[in-house]
Design a protein around this ligand. Sequence first.
Ligand code: NAD
Length: 297
Amino acid sequence: MTAQRIDGKAFAARLRERVGEAAAGFATKAGRRPGLAVVLVGEDPASNVYVRSKGKATVAANMESFEHRLAADTSDADLLALVDQLNNDDAVDGILVQLPLPGHLDEQSIIAAISPDKDVDGFHVINAGRLSVGQSGFVPCTPLGCMMLLTDRLGDLSGLEAVVIGRSNIVGKPMAQLLVDANATVTIAHSRTKGLASVVKRADIVVAAVGRPEMIGKDWLKDGATVIDVGINRLPPEPGADKGKLVGDVAFAEASEVAGAITPVPGGVGPMTIAVLLRNTLVAAHRNAGLTAPEGL
Ligand code: NAD
């Protein structure tokens, strides 16, 4: 069998387009565009790239982008004051504080200070709690994007065996919750799981969010499994190259011989994250303006 390639890049482009159209419709009704504020503290090169591409995608989706770049030595108090200002700014529907923050800052208290109704990353404990008890809130972008790819591919997930590898607050745990809510039978595996390969082998759906290059080989997979690879890992550069290749947590080529469908890295889950962030911002804008968010986004 050769697995179908799940094209997250194309799916994300379609989602961004639908969000952009709905954002234009919002602007007509509300008299303003949806607004996303992104806060970057320090000069982390990867974060810089993410923030720049989020800004571009926001503008391309007919939304306002507010970028706040703060010095690496910004204090907790100054960052909290900015978050407070953004919480009270009616032009701002979504607030994203780019993580990781420099080590001297208290990440948890900064996230806790963001208004849950503007927490489009879905990292606030109120939104984690809402997801856990089935109330509508904001769901972290990466797992929600994975869920969209899964339901697009498989339709109803009822009764399917799903194994999520990784238990982080931003990917593994919300992913597992979304799968349970979709009536899958879910196992969360992690660094202390015994016999990981045999746990993964029973899965109809595998979501890998570990951060270990090509850890999951074809022997781990059940025939026909749907594999969602969240991992983004850079291999050491080949001689003469200045950058190594990007790979996922799954050995793509060999896994494709067994899986029914699989996301590539890059071009799978990665592009979904920004598209879902825009989707969450659009939903926030509607809620903040007392309007009904469009269906099916
Ligand atoms: P994390 O480091 O917070 O969590 C990793 C998880 O993997 C942990 O829960 C740990 O228990 C588990 N783990 C570690 N070693 C293991 C092993 N040998 N066997 C089984 N489980 C093991 O990472 P994260 O933030 O959840 O991200 C995971 C990966 O996903 C990273 O590669 C990250 O770059 C990537 N990521 C991608 C996107 C995207 O947009 N595509 C978004 C977020 C994270």
